[in-house]
Design a protein around this ligand. Sequence first.
Ligand code: NDP
Length: 421
Amino acid sequence: MSKVLIIGCGGVASVAIQKCCRNDAVFTEICIASRTVSKCDALKAKIEQEGKSKTIITTAQLDADDKDAVLALIRAYQPVAVLNLALPYQDLTIMQACLEAGVHYIDTANYEPENIDEPIWRANYEKRCKELGFTAYFDYSYQWAFHEQFEKAGLTALLGSGFDPGVTSVFTAYARKHYFDEIHYIDILDCNGGDHGYPFATNFNPEINLREVSANGSYWENGHWVETEPMEIKRVYNFPEVGEKDMYLLHHEEIESLAKNIPNVKRIRFFMTFGQSYLTHMKCLENVGMLSTTPIEFQGTEIVPIQFLKALLPDPASLGPRTVGKTNIGCIFTGIKDGKEKNIYIYNVCDHQECYRELGSQAISYTTGVPAMIGAALVANGTWRNAGARTIEEFDPDPFMEMLNEYGLPWVVDENPQIVP
Ligand code: NDP
């Protein structure tokens, strides 16, 4: 019996909210609050029309950049937890409001600022690049800085409950608990074998997606970061149920938390598949300045190039009906059990068209929205309570793994996988 406030009503939230309503024993009441309230109202109407859920849904207009507005809504609605499915830009205001109001917090992506030229942030960023050796715009330091305050308040902030980060870290905790005495190597492989038929589109928020993909790559090895040029390291992998794909090494946020939380790990890498057409379009857009977040003046109006590009690109939420094929996301672990080296691969395969038939969404939103609901359910019903600001591998993986099977993301353990060189 829980009341949960969900912030954001985009592609990921639409899946998470529909799944919350299927888990109405836990989510007895939800409030969907977002910048554009008409999207919240439309989703509420869709769910109520289907008539399959007992969850009581309310909606609210909210600018989550305004901490006081978030705090006022939490105080008025009185949820047990807030599930943040807006953008990473809003993480800190929502966490601060949760802390002040005394409620638990869950999200799917770590903080990054909207304007990377903001002087105070920029100075911290440059210091961190030098000290830690990776140049991604996002890192956990801003959210980990809340750890002690959440701990003192007896509140759980569950960070990164999507697929990657999220399920990939739960797979790691599960492998550690059931298959290894020590994990030494982790390769996280994210393959989208889906085809939407457009020359160029992104599967989730274009701004967040393009920033991530155009950045330098990096991996963790022997206690420090090794940084690469964007797309410098390429491998080919034969993905179960998808086939052979090119994949490229990227920096990714779970590497940072797994390096901290998995003892004796020697190397952690993250690879994502991309087709040549996607990479060529992205390079061209980058070269002409369309990926910039620095505002420019255009015919008397200030515009941010990447936000203008977002307005031109297909809305990720609209890709559902056109996308065919499957995703395969998982982790290959190498380590020691009872003195012997072993490898295992834990992965999930998700079919774009099946997701669309079930919830009207493509698999990228689906694979993120389902774990967001699961993380929120486990915190809301008290199964996962561990005061502090913690990433998901710090919790017992078993109840989460069971719910993945139950709510549409079944997983496979392959004890004889192809290894990535
Ligand atoms: P969308 O752009 O589809 O949705 C974002 C939603 O947040 C929109 O409803 C938007 O409102 C709302 N929003 C934006 N700014 C504000 C604000 N200031 N106040 C209130 N609401 C706001 O993004 P996605 O659904 O694709 O992604 C959601 C989150 O999931 C992102 O943080 C993304 O990084 C993360 N993600 C995580 C993954 C993982 O595996 N861990 C994978 C994919 C995504 P409006 O409708 O007005 O634009």
